[in-house]
Ligand binder design. Structure first.
Ligand code: ADP
Ligand code: MG
Length: 212
C-alpha cells in the first residue's frame, strides 16, 4: 500500500495485534533481566494508540498520526520504554513535514530520526543490550536498501529483518543501560525485551506496507 496516513493507522493496528500476541513472550524476556512488565506496558500503549488514531480528523497528515502515536505512548506505556518509544515516534514525524505520503528517502529519514531520538533520550550505545541494538541495524539496513534503489516497502522489509537479527544478537550481551544493567554479567544469555518489541513493530510496518 502507499505509505500515507492510512498506512500508519494500519501499521499501528497490526503492531497492537502483534504485541498482544507476544505479550507473554515480552513479559517473559523482561522477567529474565528486568521486572517482567514490558509486554504489559507495550500492550497497554498500543491498545490505546489505535482509538486515538481513529479519532484524528480525516485529513490528518502522516506526521500528525505519528505525533498522536507518540503522545499516546508517552502517557500510557510508562517504564523506561514509554518515554523512549514516545520520543522515537515524535522525532520520526519531523522528516515527514506536511507531506501526504512517504517515499524511500523519507522512510530512511524517519527511521534514522526515531533511532537518534532514542539515543539522545536514553544515552545507550550499540552493544549496551537495549532497543538501540535493534534500531541501529534497522537504520543501517534501510539506508543500504535505499542506496540500491529499493521501494519503500522493501526498505522497511530490510529494516525489519535487521531489527530481528539485532534482537537475537542482544542475547550474549551484558546490559549497560536500564534495569537489566543492575544484573551485570548475569544479564548475558537473555534477549533484550525492548529490542524484541522494536523488531515486532518494524516487522508490522513492513508487512502492512507490502511490496510498494
Ligand atoms: P522498565 O525497564 O522501566 O520496566 P520496560 O520493561 O517497559 O521498562 O522496558 C525495558 C526496555 O527498555 C529494555 O529492554 C530496553 O530495550 C529499553 N531501555 C531501557 N533503558 C534504555 C536506555 N537507556 N536506552 C535505550 N533503551 C533502553
Ligand atoms: Mg520492565
Amino acid at each position: 500500500m502507499k505509505l500515507d496516513t492510512t498506512w500508519i493507522e494500519t501499521w499501528m493496528g497490526a503492531s497492537a495485534a502483534a504485541i498482544a500476541e507476544n505479550k507473554a513472550l515480552l513479559n517473559h524476556l523482561d522477567r529474565e533481566i528486568g521486572d517482567g512488565d514490558h509486554g504489559e506496558n507495550m500492550d497497554r500503549g498500543l491498545t490505546a494508540v489505535v482509538p486515538a488514531l481513529a479519532a484524528l480528523p480525516d485529513d490528518a497528515t502522516p506526521a500528525a498520526a505519528l505525533r498522536s502515536v507518540a503522545m499516546t505512548l508517552i502517557s500510557t506505556v510508562g517504564g523506561a520504554s514509554g518515554p523512549l518509544y514516545g520520543t522515537a515516534f515524535l522525532k520520526a514525524a519531523e522528516p515527514l513535514g506536511d507531506g501526504p505520503e512517504l517515499d524511500g528517502t523519507v522512510v530512511v529519514a524517519m527511521l534514522t530520526a526515531a533511532r537518534d531520538g532514542i539515543v539522545s533520550r536514553g544515552k545507550a550505545e550499540s552493544g549496551d543490550k537495549t532497543m538501540v541494538d535493534a534500531w541501529t541495524p534497522a537504520v543501517d539496513a534501510a539506508r543500504a536498501a535505499a542506496a540500491e534503489g529499493a521501494s519503500p516497502g522493501a526498505i522497511l522489509d530490510s529494516a525489519a529483518a535487521a531489527a530481528e537479527a539485532g534482537a537475537v544478537a542482544t542475547e550474549p550481551m551484558v546490559a549497560r543501560k536500564g534495569r537489566a544493567s543492575y544484573l551485570g554479567e548475569r544479564s548475558a544469555g537473555h534477549r533484550d525485551p525492548g529490542a524484541q518489541s522494536t523488531a515486532i513493530i518494524l516487522r508490522a510496518a513492513a508487512t502492512v506496507a507490502g511490496d510498494d
